[in-house]
Design a protein around this ligand. Structure first.
Ligand code: ZN
Length: 344
């Protein structure tokens, strides 16, 4: 990994080109199939990589171009889950969704993203970050009629994620990130077994590991939920003490335009912090100075060598030109603060 101060990256997803999937939509259906789809996904991955390089991002990703959804696509590759047998459940206590059912023991017959990761690795020398769903967020997106225990199923998924993570590491991934928006909702479970299952997922890895905890994409169900959270969002206060004690290297969180009190970052002192300095719930593009202001405020609670400027969440649902503008703002804002720190 580079020793560059304030290395920039995104939380993960970037918009897909309109020839691959319908834009500005979650779970957007693919526009192609078969070999043509495989090729188109790879082309989109390369475009997404170029967008990140053109914006001077320091840590790049696949932009999640080969997946329809950050949780569902991973689960689709597992055995023991029936996508035809659907039940309606409440996701993160927020909205109802028709979800697949766990009908037998879950397992991962083949790797899920390893070929994609090798493809990305072959096209860049920059450090790469790969996102996987976290165990708790996975169980929260399913109906379980087999294990009948959220905790048991989470431990099974943690084992499976660990297998995938080890193969991603061998493929040359520098940072493996687990997306756990559910950590902002189920506080008792986070402390009882959520962080423990996350640690199971990173067991034996020597690459860097991250957990991304956010308030979600800028979709209506999430923005409606945020309106109920009051003027101060203190959700991180519940999971940070346990995460500070955990073996996870990096915590990725939401800060820009957020009601999260910045001082909560103090609770994970010692960890590397991916500070969300780009709001993904608005099409307004931040100015570099606005990004710089957020990073400066974060510097009161995280040492400069442990601050990684990032986005609040994935940018998949945004218009492409907006996401592009935000990538450039992130990188320009980080440069302002980097130059200040270096006395330039
Ligand atoms: Zn997120």
């Amino acid at each position: 990994m580079s020793k560059l101060l304030l290395p920039t990256s995104t939380a993960g997803s970037l918009p897909k080109p309109s020839w691959l999937a319908e834009p500005e939509k979650l779970w957007s259906p693919w526009k192609l199939e078969g070999d043509a789809l495989t090729e188109a996904k790879q082309d989109a991955l390369l475009v997404s990589l170029q967008e990140q390089l053109a914006a001077n991002l320091d840590i790049v990703s696949d932009g999640e171009q080969t997946r329809q959804h950050f949780v569902t696509t991973f689960i689709e590759h597992l055995q023991g889950v029936d996508f035809n047998q659907r039940e309606t459940v409440r996701i993160r206590n927020r909205y109802d969704a028709s979800v697949p059912s766990v009908v037998g023991a879950v397992s991962r017959p083949n790797s899920v993203f390893v070929e994609d990761a090798k493809f990305l690795r072959a096209h860049t020398d920059k450090p790469i970050k790969w996102a996987l769903p976290g165990p708790m967020t996975m169980i929260d997106t399913l109906y379980d009629g087999y294990y009948k225990s959220r905790e048991k199923l989470a431990w099974e998924f943690a084992k499976i994620l660990n297998e995938e993570a080890k193969e991603l590491e061998a493929a040359g991934v520098d940072i493996i990130q687990f997306d756990e928006p559910a950590f902002n909702v189920f506080f008792d479970e986070v402390n009882d077994w959520g962080v423990a299952t996350l640690e199971r997922a990173i067991e034996g890895l020597s690459c860097q590991t991250a957990v991304h905890i956010c308030y979600g994409y800028g979709i209506k169900a999430n923005t409606d939920w945020k309106k109920t959270l009051g003027s101060e969002w203190r959700q991180y206060e519940e999971s940070f003490p346990k995460l500070q004690q955990s073996k996870i290297d990096i915590v990725s969180l939401e800060c820009q335009n957020s009601h999260v009190p910045m001082e909560l970052i103090e609770l994970i002192r010692g960890k590397t912090v991916m500070v969300g300095a780009i709001d993904v719930a608005t099409n307004t593009i931040e100015t570099p100075e606005e990004v710089a202001q957020t990073l400066r405020r974060a510097l009161d609670f995280v040492d400069a060598d442990k601050l990684y400027p990032s986005t609040n969440c994935g940018m998949a649902p945004l218009p492409r030109q907006v996401a592009r503008g935000k990538l450039h703002a992130l990188s320009a804002g980080a440069k302002i603060v980097r130059d200040e720190l270096l006395g330039k």
